[in-house]
Design a protein around this ligand. Structure first.
Ligand SMILES: N[C@@H](CCC(=O)N[C@@H](CS)C(=O)NCC(=O)O)C(=O)O
Length: 202
């Protein structure tokens, strides 16, 4: 049985829940009360020194970084549909996983954190920066989905779960890109029970 430290409004944690559900793996959720600072408490820092969710605990294995957790689960359980072995498909999965973390995520955080969660502490300049950067990133994603139903071919992979968690996050700030390929892909993602189950109440 896995233990996943999370909060429902963490896009990073939700992508892990999506995979656990899709793969039918046994897990329990432990909610970290971020509003009470539990993520920065000594017991949680001993589990994840980054004061972030998610963290996956599997016996004596503790893993932070959501995409690393996705890879771990796929390799451990031989989930080769979700994390293909074929080199070309694998390269596409890795590309979009890293793109999501390095390129897309900062913009999603700029927009959503500050529009939805920070209240009086919101950084208006970050919202502006995010809104300015989003069209370029949306165009890259749109082009990436021009020829295939999913980011790495005809089947959804962990790259799709990872990126879709950020698209849902943008919906909280009413900022989902309206491009047609993205819309059609996101609708397909909504047909996955595990993805739907990961979503928080809105
Ligand atoms: N790169 C990390 C990012 C995790 C992350 O930013 N988590 C946020 C919630 S969505 C968090 O815990 N923030 C609290 C903090 O940074 O102190 C991952 O992919 O797991």
């Amino acid at each position: 049985m896995y233990t996943l430290y999370h909060t429902p409004y963490s896009q990073h944690a939700r992508r892990v829940v999506s995979l656990l559900e899709e793969a039918g793996l046994d897990y329990e959720l432990r909610r970290i009360a971020m509003d009470k600072g539990e993520h920065a408490s000594p017991p949680y820092l001993a589990i994840n020194p980054n004061h972030q969710v998610p963290t996956l605990v599997d016996g004596d294995v503790k893993i932070h970084e959501s995409n690393a957790i996705l890879r771990y689960l796929c390799v451990k359980h031989g989930l080769t549909d979700w994390y293909p072995k074929d080199l070309k498909l694998r390269a596409a999965v890795e590309q979009w996983l890293d793109w999501n973390q390095c390129r897309f995520s900062p913009t999603v955080v700029d927009i959503v954190l500050n529009t939805v969660f920070m209240g009086d502490q919101a950084d208006r300049a970050a919202i502006e920066r995010g809104r300015k950067n989003l069209p370029e990133l949306a165009a890259i994603l749109e082009a990436g989905l021009a020829k295939t139903a999913f980011l790495a071919g005809i089947k959804p992979t962990i790259a799709d779960l990872s990126v879709a968690s950020n698209i849902f996050h943008l919906s909280l700030a009413d900022a989902v890109p309206g491009e047609p390929n993205i819309a059609a892909w996101y609708k397909r993602m909504g047909e996955l029970g595990g993805f739907r189950k990961s979503l928080p109440p809105v």
